[in-house]
Design a protein around this ligand. Structure first.
Ligand code: AMP
Ligand code: TRP
Length: 342
């Protein structure tokens, strides 16, 4: 009977989704259409926890004042994008002490060999040979702690983070095996609707925050004029035909963006723009994107002007997150034989 009850409770429980984003600069249209917009859309269906991964950002050197500013901005951006603190839990990672503590427990469960095999570690240490710090090496252990602390069911992650999620499952399995059932095993969450947005200047590579060509990337705080200008200079081809076809990477990208925003199918878009030049189409895409981003920009400006409100939201998020995280942390501490203060 007790078991049946537990099963019923388990079925009624909203599944938990957790994700973190590093405070390393304004989001791009790619972040928005590929991730954050979807985070907003799933808030009713799932219990969502979203946090700004400021501890993870320490693995790369950033000027402290800039880190502080970017953390505030990233937090405000999540809210501006429609993440609702009444429905979801939004917080800054370092405000919840359990992350650092759990990170240490996870460090002690991680093997040198497996951490050495992480492609992100290899990539980032090649990119920053002058700062191969221990945090960069144990980054996946900290991330595993983030996820396991909240007993997350699903973690939406991009392709670059799937190895870390696998690693999280490995650690959790090992821990549960050694110390008894403690952590839920998280799964990847891959939304159907997540669009992959490519660079406007090189449509064979992903639109990215770190692109050195400013015309390649739309930032979600770009104003209308900037957005229209960037779309106007987007790379296409010489066919002057708005149709989604292999080899037309530039046009395919514009159509993907337009479709993601308007909800129109690729066929409908091709029909609507048949016989029209790329100039018209680029303008339509630019306007659609600018209209979508306008309310976000306005809301963001309001939030950044109301520091007290923003700080109150951060405090509230941290308190609520700490209560949940501390439960799991204490459970894990007991399991490994750390004495809890009485
Ligand atoms: P990053 O900015 O690389 O830390 O990515 C944060 C999230 O945004 C991840 O879930 C990525 O999959 C997503 N993302 C980043 N760039 C793009 C893009 N160009 N298209 C679609 N999704 C993206
Ligand atoms: N490592 C992730 C990234 O760089 C950010 C992150 C930290 C994260 N902890 C997480 C994502 C936990 C999902 C779950 O994108």
């Amino acid at each position: 009977m007790a078991n049946e009850n537990e099963n019923a409770q388990e079925t009624a429980r909203k599944k938990i989704i957790l994700s973190g984003i590093q405070p390393t600069g304004t989001f791009t249209l790619g972040n928005y259409l590929g991730a954050v917009r979807n985070w907003r859309q799933i808030q009713n269906e799932y219990q969502c926890y979203y946090f700004i991964a400021d501890l993870h950002s320490m693995t790369i050197h950033i000027d402290p004042a800039k880190r502080r500013q970017q953390t505030r901005e990233a937090f405000a951006l999540l809210l501006a994008c429609g993440i609702d603190t009444e429905k979801s839990l939004v917080f800054v990672q370092s405000h919840v002490h359990a992350h650092a503590e759990m990170g240490w427990i996870m460090d002690c469960c991680s093997q040198f060999g497996e951490l050495s095999r992480m492609t992100q570690f290899k990539d980032k240490s090649a990119k920053h040979p002058d700062n191969i710090n221990a945090g960069l090496f144990t980054y996946p252990s900290l991330m595993a702690g983030d996820i396991l602390l909240y007993q997350a069911d699903y973690v939406p992650v991009g392709a670059d983070q799937t190895q870390h999620l696998e690693f999280t499952r490995d650690i959790a399995t090992r821990f549960n095996h050694t110390y008894g059932e403690t952590f839920r095993l998280p799964e990847g969450y891959f939304p159907k609707a997540g669009a992959r947005v490519m660079s406007l200047q090189d449509p064979t590579s992903k639109m990215s925050k770190s692109d050195t060509n400013p015309k390649a990337t739309i930032y979600i705080l770009d104003d209308e004029e900037t957005i229209l200008r960037k779309f106007k200079s987007a790379v296409t081809d010489s066919e002057a035909e708005v149709v989604y076809r292999e080899g037309k990477d530039g046009v395919n990208n514009l159509m993907t963006i337009y479709s993601a925003i308007t909800g129109e199918s690729l066929d409908d878009i091709a029909r609507d723009f048949a016989g029209k030049g790329y100039g018209d189409f680029k303008e339509a895409v630019g306007h659609a994107v600018a209209d979508e981003l306008q309310p976000i920009r306005d809301h963001y400006a309001e939030l950044m002007n109301d520091r007290q409100y923003l700080e109150a939201q951060m405090r509230d998020g941290a308190e609520r997150a700490s209560r949940i995280a501390n439960k799991t942390l204490n459970k894990a501490k007991k399991k490994v034989g750390l004495l809890l203060p009485q």
